[in-house]
Write a protein that binds this ligand. Structure first.
Ligand SMILES: [Zn+2]
Length: 257
């Protein structure tokens, strides 16, 4: 009576073999996995199963040096010296430039790639304004004050020594449309595309909606500031839209005096 039982058991075993193989517990660890000493890691603080990106270094560049691509210029942070002039001005090539104003070298190259990317999407983007030196800002600001009074001029024009355009890192764009330096530029296809894609090329929209009390300026959907791709993309990834907030600086709604 043993044989039938054995055969049945053997048949059962055969039928189950594929299942057993599929459901089998993990094979015995290989000798390599049994090695007690862990692999030495170069970053002992990082959790082994969470290879995190290194934290963003907020001190990689100065925010005070006017020659730094991260310089933060606002109504409480005048450029120092006030008549700072960058040393690496360069004319963007292949970009329409209303007043033929240069930018600092890395910003000029970045504008070229940004405008080319816009063109690839069928969008025309040109430069209205880029680098303006101290003397030019004196003339502009004094003219606005004479026309509108200082209080009004201060809401839309930086005082000399406080303008991002003097850093050679700021640029105003236009699309040859009806929203030249106007708030509606943000709703144009070109303006919306720039807001969405500028970070890929190292630019941030410097004076966004709803941040006037922080930046000190009304929304300017045409004004972009070069900060490099690392910072621009970090700000986009973290959802922080102003340099003041990103670097933990005081809000700068107005001038100190
Ligand atoms: Zn501007």
């Amino acid at each position: 009576m043993i044989r039938p039982r054995t055969r049945a058991a053997a048949l059962l075993l055969c039928a189950c073999l594929p299942l057993l193989a599929a459901c089998a517990p993990e094979p015995a660890p290989s000798p390599a996995q049994e090695t007690p000493a862990p692999e030495p890691t170069t970053e002992p603080s990082a959790a082994p199963d969470e290879p995190e990106e290194p934290a963003f270094d907020r001190q990689a560049h100065s925010i005070d040096d006017p020659a730094s691509i991260w310089v933060v210029s606002n109504k409480l942070r005048p450029l120092s010296p006030a008549d700072f002039a960058p040393a690496d001005l360069s004319m963007p090539e292949g970009v329409e430039n209303e007043f033929s104003q240069p930018l600092r070298e890395p910003a000029a190259r970045a504008v070229e790639s940004l405008v080319a990317a816009a063109a690839a999407e069928g969008l025309t983007v040109r430069i209205i304004s880029a680098y303006r030196d101290y003397a030019t800002q004196v003339g502009l600001y004094d003219g606005y004050v004479a026309r509108d009074g200082q209080a009004a001029a201060d809401t839309y024009s930086a005082r000399p020594g406080h303008s991002e355009h003097q850093t050679g890192l700021a640029v105003d764009f236009d699309d040859h449309g009806a929203c030249y330096l106007a708030s509606c530029f943000g709703e144009t296809p070109a303006g919306a595309w720039l807001a969405e894609n500028a970070a890929e090329h190292g630019f941030v929209l410097r004076y966004p909606e709803g941040k006037q009390e922080i930046t000190g300026f009304m929304p300017e959907p045409w004004h972009f500031r070069y900060v490099g791709t690392e910072l621009a993309q970090e700000m986009r990834a973290t959802g922080v839209t102003t340099l003041e907030e990103f670097f933990g600086l005081p809000a700068a709604p107005g001038y100190a005096e």
